[in-house]
Design a protein around this ligand. Structure first.
Ligand code: URA
Length: 506
């Protein structure tokens, strides 16, 4: 008896999970199950090791069931579509099932069998994305194709010393789906006779120049790689890196961040990008800036006369050096008639890319503060003391760097324009940089102003924590406390609107 037929009769006889380890085994078992008319709900699929990869609910056991009495045969008779004959399945569907079989999901074999079963029962819609199963099938195929592509694109072989013996090249990759076998075939075709190994957390493949060997996991991380050859690769990478054409945003969207950590060039890209921004890119940028319509800062009618020698558009600002490192300037946002203006420090990584203030993690926290204080974000004006993102490369990330007072002062030019246009009655300064900017003094400290509103140029200034501080404080109690200081500060800002004559506290 073939393994598939044996499997089908085993399932029918025992109700035990049917263990398959790959698509070929599943296909053979599925064919026999279909021939025997065993419906999907009667099969519980598993892995050979007896892992927990089964989901399809096992057939409901009736009170009379026992090992020799197949559960489904007693409660639900088999329904062969065409008893005894081998079901015919179109090649396109079979190819989709084969691809989808690489998708890591606990119920993948049960799901594939359900699709097959439905198709053989005449439900051909199951292949369509409009059908719920069809939609899932298409999604699985797409995800597997993408993983294959990513593994082809982002795997990096590192050369080992010649005296270390084979394999000459070793690569580490952490695939999300079971795509190692087909990816290995791709490299067999590309790398000729040289020996190589691809290691992943679950399995490895070794090509000795003639034969491909599949083994279990041989390494546990990229740190196990022998780094010989990496210097050569980095030299090559530096030489092909074209600073004039670099687009950090595009690089990030093309190479998802999970791959950077295992790419040898991941460590040098941030510094190459920042050098590019300081050098060749500057030339192109200067020309491009003149053509941009740019973010606008509201300017009141009285201040509408253009300042000689001063930038009239935020995007053209060169009042300090920070423009060189940022993707774009980020102006304020919100209601220009708001009696309350909230001032943060400077745009972060995500704000720099999006061109909008407070859209990253600090913004999400701020939204929670707004919700708690019952403030509609759109009803207030939200801006930053500094309009360009200041950062330093750290590994593959751009880490926020606090602006110095000279930069805060330079950017005050724009805050003044915003204040003149919006004319808020209350300014909420979030954190130390905002406070220094609003007070125009680099020596003021947050603790002296928290919870103590002061009048500046006819306006109330309420000081609260910056949302990043709330995100940063380690223990829950302090986080909670800092959060409520922010909420209280916002509520106070609204109270001050109602009581504009409240004398300034001592
Ligand atoms: N932090 C800020 O101060 N401003 C932003 O826009 C984002 C983070």
């Amino acid at each position: 008896m073939s393994p598939g037929a044996a499997a089908a009769s085993f399932v029918a006889a025992s109700g035990q999970p049917l263990a398959v380890s790959d698509f070929a085994e599943w296909r053979e078992a599925a064919r026999e199950l279909l021939k025997a008319g065993v419906p999907p709900e009667a099969v519980s699929w598993g892995t050979p090791e007896g892992g927990d990869l089964f989901s399809g609910a096992p057939p409901a056991a009736g009170p009379d069931d026992n090992a020799g009495n197949p559960p489904l045969q007693s409660s639900q008779p088999p329904r062969p579509a065409n008893p005894g004959s081998s079901p015919r399945v179109p090649r396109a569907l079979m190819e989709m099932l084969q691809k989808a079989a690489c998708f890591r999901a606990p119920d993948r074999w049960a799901f594939l069998y359900r699709v097959l079963w439905r198709w053989t029962r005449g439900e051909h819609d199951v292949q369509s994305p409009a059908d719920p199963d069809g939609s899932r099938l298409h999604g699985m195929v797409k995800a597997v194709r993408r993983e294959e592509h990513d593994m082809h694109a982002y795997i990096r072989f590192r050369e080992r010393p010649i005296d270390a013996g084979p394999p000459r090249f070793v690569a580490w990759f952490e695939p999300r789906h079971d795509v190692l076998p087909q990816v290995a075939q791709h490299f067999v075709a590309r790398m000729g006779k040289v020996s190589w190994m691809i290691a992943t957390p679950d399995a490895s493949v070794l090509w000795d120049g003639n034969t491909l060997h599949n083994t279990g996991p041989l390494m546990s991380s990229a740190a196990d790689l022998d780094d010989a050859g990496e210097a050569l690769w980095l030299t090559y990478y530096r030489s092909i890196f074209n600073p004039a054409r670099v687009n950090a945003q595009l690089m990030q969207s093309h190479i998802p961040s999970r791959f950077w950590k295992n790419l040898p060039e991941g460590a040098i890209v941030p510094s190459l990008v920042s050098q590019a921004e300081l050098g060749a890119r500057k030339i192109g940028q200067v020309q491009a800036v003149g053509r941009r319509s740019g973010a606008t800062i509201p300017i009141s009618a009285e201040a509408a006369q253009p300042d000689r020698e001063q930038p009239s558009k935020l995007d053209e600002c060169r009042r300090c050096e920070l423009w060189q490192y940022a993707t774009q300037a980020v102006g304020g946002e919100g209601s220009k008639r708001s009696p309350i203006m909230i001032v943060g420090e400077q745009p972060g990584d995500q704000e720099d890319l999006a061109g909008k203030p407070f859209v990253g993690p600090a913004g999400k926290l701020l939204d929670r503060v707004f919700a708690e204080a019952q403030v509609d974000r759109k009803s207030i004006y939200l801006t930053n003391a500094v309009k360009h993102f200041k950062w330093e490369p750290r590994g593959k990330r751009r880490l926020h760097k606090t602006p110095v007072q000279r930069e805060v002062e330079a950017c005050h030019y724009w805050l003044e324009k915003e204040l003149a246009a919006v004319k808020p009655k209350v300014i909420v300064a979030m954190g130390s940089t905002a406070l220094k900017s609003v007070m125009r003094k680099g020596t003021v400290t947050l603790k002296d102003f928290l919870g103590k509103p002061v009048r500046v140029d006819g306006c109330w200034v309420v000081t609260i924590y910056h949302p990043s501080y709330v995100l940063r404080v380690p223990d829950e109690a302090s986080k909670h406390e800092a959060f409520s200081v922010m909420v209280k500060g916002l509520k106070l800002a609204y109270e001050l609107l109602e009581r504009p004559d409240v004398p300034e506290p001592e």
